[in-house]
Design a protein around this ligand. Structure first.
Ligand SMILES: Nc1ncnc2c1ncn2[C@@H]1O[C@H](COP(=O)(O)OP(=O)(O)OP(=O)(O)O)[C@@H](O)[C@H]1O
Ligand SMILES: O=C(O)C[C@@H](O)[C@H](O)C(=O)CO
Length: 336
């Protein structure tokens, strides 16, 4: 049992709070960005990608965020609407803030990097006053992602969203989404990540992201099981630790461990794996799937997305995911 509860009476399945940005993915692959001349524009931002993926799988989704008062902000809002994502809680900044940009470089399938323009971005100006308790209580689940904790007032907005979610028994997913360029120090990062994680029901992150959270506190020594036990002593019922091309492992508070392999992919770029994994994982859990099946679907979704140019645009529909699962074999899995 994964221990997560979802109230079927709630009209929304999943809402996220955090950044809505723009990805500019290099069209000329196989070369450094210094030699790149053209990019393709997509909606981006880890929580946005996850919600877009969830919507693509058929979930009723919404977003709490702030966009810039410019063409990029209007592009983002239109895309959310086109994908059936409720944007009633997406406010517009009027102070001249800009849209976060993620320029991505695809030197090779294994050598990808992201150049982030994150100064004076609208997403980090989301304020606590813009967090609606009534909106949050309409949802079965809330997704938070770590980068929204990096600066005020977004930080306070996330903590208020967490309080409202706990007050109304909204299940909380925390995708760690650690992006160093937005933070000032390792200590600040660890403190705020830990304070947020203590309130969450399901924590999803890479081994490196959990290390970032734990090093300051001298705990667990990068041991997956010790990591999960640390969070079971708080609110967590399920902890998922991702290990890239080696797959993922998860632990439930009832002591069970689940290991998932990967689906071999024609990798074009590796980024987007985590967001696509999270969207399909959350979708299947909320459909009543077991942890192993949810992880399997997360892995399948990741393989689909890393074989395509985009992240958000590449998120599979449910039909695409089912077809992929029927025609591909997972390698390296096995519940323990
Ligand atoms: N090369 C790969 N081939 C197949 N599947 C992969 C590969 N890399 C990652 N995955 C799948 O995607 C999942 C998440 O990938 P990863 O552990 O890299 O998370 P992440 O670092 O959050 O991803 P991102 O690069 O999007 O930030 C893995 O657990 C695995 O299931
Ligand atoms: O999360 C970001 O700001 C970058 C994303 O938009 C990008 O698609 C990515 O890195 C996904 O993992």
């Amino acid at each position: 049992m994964n221990g997560l509860q979802f109230d079927p009476a709630r009209p929304l399945d999943l809402i996220a709070v955090g950044r809505l940005c723009i990805d500019l993915n290099a069209n000329e692959t196989g070369r450094p960005m210094e030699e790149t001349l053209t990019f393709t524009k997509y909606v981006g931002g880890s929580p946005a990608n996850i919600v877009i993926g969830a919507a693509r799988l058929g979930m009723h989704t919404g977003f709490i965020g702030k966009i810039a008062d410019d063409q990029m902000g209007r592009f983002i809002r239109t895309y959310l609407q086109q994908n059936g994502i409720d944007d009633s809680q997406v406010s517009v900044d009027r102070t001249g803030a800009v849209t976060g940009l993620a320029f991505t470089e695809i030197r090779s399938p294994q050598e990808c990097s992201i150049l982030m323009y994150r100064d004076h971005v609208a997403d980090l100006l989301l304020s606590a006053e813009e967090i609606s308790e009534d909106y949050i209580r309409k949802s079965k689940a809330l997704l938070i992602s770590g980068t929204a904790l990096a600066q005020s007032p977004s930080r306070e907005a996330v903590f208020l969203a967490l309080e409202f979610a706990r007050k109304h028994n909204v299940t909380i997913f925390f995708d760690l989404d650690y992006r160093p360029y937005t933070w000032k120090s390792a200590a600040e990062t660890a403190v705020y990540y830990n304070l947020a994680a203590e309130k969450c029901d399901c924590i999803i992150g890479t081994r490196e992201e959990f290390n970032m959270m734990e090093n300051l506190y001298n705990v667990t020594g990068a041991d997956d099981e010790a990591t999960s036990n640390r969070w079971f002593s708080h609110q967590a019922k399920l902890v998922v630790i991702k290990h890239g091309g080696s797959g993922s492992i998860s632990y439930t508070a009832d002591g069970k461990k689940h290991r998932s392999g990967i689906f071999p992919a024609n990798v074009l770029k590796t980024f987007g794996a985590g967001d696509s994994y999270a969207s399909a994982f959350i979708h299947n859990l909320m459909q009543g799937g077991g942890v192993s099946e949810a992880m399997r679907r997360g892995s399948a979704s990741a393989s689909i997305v890393i074989s395509r140019h985009s992240c958000s645009d590449a998120m599979p529909t449910l039909d695409e995911l089912e077809a992929f699962l029927l025609s591909n074999e997972e390698i390296g899995s096995g519940a323990e």
